[in-house]
Write a new protein. Structure first.
Length: 59
């Protein structure tokens, strides 16, 4: 539950701190649209990561 709350606050903070007049990243004023694009971006980052379980348990 706490991680969900942290994710919500982080996304809200990113929404409120968007660059307004930036040509590289357009401002998204709809919070639902912003949340959708953030989840999509997060999913793309997760897919691009390399999964290496043996490094985690190495002594």
């Amino acid at each position: 539950m706490n991680s969900h709350r942290n994710e919500l606050f982080r996304t809200l903070w990113q929404f409120l701190n968007q660059p307004v007049f930036d040509s590289k990243s357009p401002t998204i004023l709809n919070p639902h649209r912003f949340w959708y694009l953030q989840r999509l971006h997060h999913l793309e980052r997760c897919w691009s990561r390399t999964y290496r379980p043996e490094e985690r348990f190495r002594n």
